[in-house]
Design a protein around this ligand. Structure first.
Ligand code: NAD
Ligand code: TYD
Length: 357
């Protein structure tokens, strides 16, 4: 793999993956980043990569659904591998406006697969980045394995499940070399602050309410983003073609416990706030419709076959994440001051977003 097409590289995980690939992964080839730059994509994330890796990093603002533009990119850069991150990724948005999820996640993946099929002889791999949410919801016991049947519950997870099926079908039908990874909830630098962890960090820093859905007992498994990037690259290099691999953090937590830990850590790292202790900011709000109760991952296949284990503990990962948001105030302000974000926050959380007295 010398010319890897990364789609959605200006988003959260894509940005982290590109930095990892250019600096720490032992990869010497080129990364061609194709991103449509939706509200979630930020080209500024990769300005440092553009400067430092002039010959090895290329950015193209293109929609993956635009077959003609994508075909041109395949040709121009002799793409020989694909890592497909591009997606609409927020469950709450998929509940309100599912159209873009169907378009990008399903049709976009389909269009990419068709192009990949056309260049099959030079294409070494189509890696598809997916989620554990395709499996649906667990009760208090058990784990998702690669054999768990797909039972997606949100428009987001249903669209990802659909794309996974297409990827698998292209392996079975056309012999396209594919791999799929299904990962648990990520956190870390560059995550858009509509997702749980950055939203809670930023609200807590501003003394705003921390909106916990339902009773806060829903459980997620959390993985630091760099660990996810390492797992993807391992699978791309040595994963069996046609197979899927679960990725998880061995870090299950109820939402209410997670928010409490963020509050305690912020009290410690940024003391003296008016709203201290920050746990007082926790506010239970109406539950998300169809809210999956629990996700938990058995990733023993990835450990046994490829020797991957997460490196970061939650303690070290969440501290690094908070430090990153504290150190990147301009990045945060650019998003927070944007009309799009303000509209979303008002629509989702109403007037509740004012700092508490
Ligand atoms: P994100 O929303 O932060 O980034 C998505 C990126 O895709 C953005 O840069 C956006 O501009 C781009 N994009 C959207 N539509 C596009 C289109 N039509 N053409 C080109 N680019 C387009 O998402 P993320 O959290 O970085 O997630 C990346 C991938 O990882 C997604 O496929 C997601 O399903 C998967 N995933 C995410 C998590 C998580 O916890 N965030 C966990 C498991 C899997
Ligand atoms: P999220 O980050 O949206 O990821 P996902 O829905 O893909 O798991 O949410 C993580 C958990 O946090 C999920 O159970 C929903 C919950 N949540 C809240 O309680 N309040 C919020 O404001 C958000 C965004 C999420």
């Amino acid at each position: 793999m010398q010319n890897i097409l990364v789609t959605g590289g200006c988003g959260f995980i894509g940005t982290n993956f590109i930095y990892y690939m250019l600096s720490n992964a032992g990869f010497n080839g080129r990364i061609i980043n194709v991103d449509k730059l939706t509200y979630a994509g930020n080209p500024d994330n990769l300005v440092a990569a553009e400067k430092k890796y002039v010959k090895r990093y290329i950015f193209e603002k293109v929609d993956i659904c635009d077959t003609r533009a994508m075909a041109d990119i395949f040709d121009r850069y002799a793409v020989d591998a694909i890592c497909n991150f591009a997606a609409e990724s927020h469950v709450d948005r998929s509940i309100i406006e599912p159209d873009a999820f169907i378009k990008t996640n399903i049709e976009g993946t389909f269009r990419l697969l068709e192009l990949a099929r056309g260049t099959k002889h030079q294409l070494k791999l189509f890696h598809h980045v997916s989620t554990d949410e395709v499996y649906g919801s667990l009760g208090m016991n058990g784990y998702f394995t690669e054999h768990t049947p797909y039972r997606p519950n949100s428009p987001y997870s249903a669209s990802k499940a659909s794309s996974d099926h297409l990827v698998r079908a292209y392996f079975k039908t056309y012999g396209l070399p594919v791999t799929i990874s299904n990962c648990s909830n990520n956190y870390g630098p560059y995550q858009f602050p509509e997702k749980m962890i950055p939203l809670m960090i930023l609200n807590a820093l501003e003394g705003k309410p921390l909106p916990v859905y339902g009773d806060g007992r829903n459980v997620r498994d959390w993985l630091f983003v760099t660990d996810h990037c390492q797992a993807i690259w391992k699978i791309m290099q040595a994963g069996k073609r046609g197979e899927m691999y679960n990725i998880g953090g061995q870090c299950e937590m109820a939402n209410i416990d997670l928010v409490g830990r963020i509050c305690d850590l912020l009290d410690d790292m940024v003391p003296g706030a008016a709203a201290s202790p920050r746990r007082n900011l926790i506010t239970f709000v109406e539950d998300r419709p169809g809210h999956d109760k629990r996700y938990a991952i058995d990733f023993s296949k990835l450990t046994d076959e490829l020797g991957w284990m997460p490196q970061e503990t939650f303690e070290s990962g969440i501290r690094k994440t908070i430090e990153w948001y504290l150190d990147h105030q301009a990045w945060v302000d650019q998003i927070k001051n944007g009309a799009h974000y303000q509209r979303w926050m008002k629509q989702q959380y109403g007037e509740n977003q004012k700092p508490l007295e």
